[in-house]
Structure formats: C-alpha cells, structure tokens
Design a protein around this ligand. Structure first.
Ligand code: CP
Ligand code: NVA
Length: 310
C-alpha cells in the first residue's frame, strides 16, 4: 500500500483532519511497540522534538533524533538515498527542513509516512495543535474567525489553511511585503469549506474586529536572523498588545506557536493573560502528534518494516 504523507494540512481531507483531532483526545494503544520513528532536524527545536519523542514513547515506539550534522542531506549522500536507508529501520520518518522541496523528494521515494516538522513553507504539525486548542477553548471550529497579526510565516499559512478546511475564516494583517502571496491565498480558498473566507487588512486595529482568535509568530523566523533589524522596523505597529486584544470579540483567545520574542511581536501582558492559551497549545503538540500517528495506523499507512529479514 502506498503510504499517506503529511507535508501540509491539505494532504488530509477536512473529515480526515477532524479524525486526527479526535484521535488526539483518545486513549493510547501501543501500536508502535518494536518500531522506530526517525526525526531529522536541519534546524533547532524545543517543542517539536520533545513532543514528538514523547508521543512516540506513549505509543510504545522508539524515537531517534537525527541532527543535521550527522546526516547533512545532499552533502554526505543525497536525500533520496538517506530515506531509502532509513525506511528499512523506521516505520515513520519526520523531518524539519530549510527547503520544503526536500520533503517532497523524501515523499517521492518513501514507502513509510513522511511528516513535515516545519519547512520554509508550512508547519502543519503546529496547525494540528492550534486547531485542537481552538476546538477545546471555543468549541466547533466552523464559523469562527482568526486574525493573524504580523509575519505571514510558515505557521500563518498552515493554520489559515487548516481553519479554512474546517469552515473558519482568517484575516491576515501583515506589513507591506510580509503578507500572503496570491498563490497562498488561492490555495487556502480552494481548501475552504462552509462559510470560510480569507482576506487581508493591513490595519491590525480593524483586522481584529469580530475575531474569536488572535494569533502571531516571531517577526523573523529561523534562517531569517540576518534580516532581524530591518524586520523589527517593518513590523513596528504589528505588536499584539492589550489594546489590540480589546478590539477582538470578548472571550477571544491569543495563540502563538512559540518561541515568543516577548516585547517584539507580543507584550508580556498579552502572553501572560487569561486570554493566552499558548502553553496548552504547546502541550497539544504532543497529543496531536500521537493523534496523527494513530490516524496513520488506523488507515494502514504504517508498514511493519524491519521486523524480519526479507
Ligand atoms: N512551535 C515550534 O515548532 O517550536 P520549536 O521550534 O521549539 O519546535
Ligand atoms: N516561523 C517560525 C516558527 C517556529 C516554530 C520559524 O520558522 O522559525
């Protein structure tokens, strides 16, 4: 059977996405006993590495963290050969990469599921946790509205896409030159169900009006550190503060994938407020990874690799 991969949220149907969220809240069975999950990281991580490792442990499996200096994709050997080797040992291969194309090349040769743990284009594993947090805090996702303030990052794309698939709308409020491309907006629109819309409003104060969720990300992502000073100037006015939050609906929640640069994209007052759900959101990273792996298992995507010699 050809395995399913998870390179972006829309690799799932809306029904499958809801199934993954449901699995995330179900009790655990040890279907990974005797099996391994490889995690390749070209960039650093706190949440993704630890939550994925512990999700695998909870499922009875063995996670192996592979740092980039050990594997150096396309330097020591080509990405395709590395995957052809690893899939003989592991039942799932997860990767955090600089270039999304690396994940596509992995998926093209893999006979085990490939999971995106963040690329330059998207962070769908984060979106799963965000959607679960929204559902736990606000109930049914359909009909909700999120305002995304700041950088149209990998997280901004995957979360807007996931929300649209579940019938929720997004308004992106980004500085000129740092907003969504037409191509990204089109992909979100194509995935939308129900009454979901996606739009842009460069003024955060009007963009937050009517929103149930306000979310942001760092002004400079991993790999963009050289642009830090230029970006800090461009994003002034896009800091989520208490006055911006009062423009959203009463009961609106604040989300951030973390790590946060406190005082830059968000004030201490907001991130430490009762409206902020950033720590349950971070903890849901583990539950949703377990949910994703359980969904792979339920629909037969995890082969029993490497258990007997062929
Ligand atoms: N949110 C997130 O992916 O955090 P890490 O970079 O620490 O994994
Ligand atoms: N946009 C951020 C997310 C970190 C989890 C980055 O890519 O660095």
């Amino acid at each position: 059977m050809t395995p399913r991969h998870f390179l972006e949220v829309d690799d799932l149907s809306p029904r499958e996405l809801l199934d993954v969220l449901d699995y995330s809240e179900k009790s655990v069975s040890h279907f990974l006993t005797g099996r391994g999950v490889a995690m390749i990281f070209e960039k650093p991580s706190l949440r993704t590495r630890n939550s994925t490792e512990m999700a695998v442990v909870q499922l009875g499996g063995h996670p192996v963290y592979i740092q980039n200096d050990e594997i150096t994709l396309d330097v020591r050997e080509c990405t395709e050969d590395a995957i052809r080797v690893l899939q003989g040992y592991y039942s799932i291969i997860c990767a955090r990469v600089f270039k999304h194309q690396q994940l596509e090349r992995m998926a093209a040769v893999a006979d085990v599921p490939i999971v995106n743990l963040l690329s330059d284009e998207g962070h769908p594993a984060q979106a799963l946790a965000d959607l679960l947090t929204i559902r736990q805090c606000l109930g049914d996702v359909a009909g909700l509205q999120m305002t995304w303030v700041g950088d149209f990052s990998n997280v901004a794309f995957s979360l807007g896409l996931g929300l649209a698939m579940l019938g929720a709308s997004t308004v992106y409020s980004c500085p000129n030159g740092y907003g969504p491309t037409e191509q990204s907006l089109d992909r979100i629109r194509r995935a939308a169900t129900g009454t979901a819309t996606v739009g842009v409003d460069p003024h955060p104060s009007s963009a937050v009006v009517g929103s149930h969720i306000v979310s942001t990300d760092a002004w400079y992502s991993m790999g963009q550190e050289a642009e830090k000073e230029v970006r800090k100037r461009a994003f002034e006015g896009f800091r989520v503060d208490a006055s911006m939050m009062t423009g959203a609906l009463p009961g609106a929640i604040f989300l951030h994938c973390l790590p946060a640069h406190r005082g830059e994209e968000v004030t201490d007052e907001v991130i430490d407020s009762a409206q902020s759900k950033v720590f349950p959101q971070a903890h849901n990273r583990m539950h949703t990874m377990r949910g994703l792996f359980a969904w792979f298992h339920a629909q037969g995507s995890i082969p029993r690799n490497a258990e007997v010699a062929p």
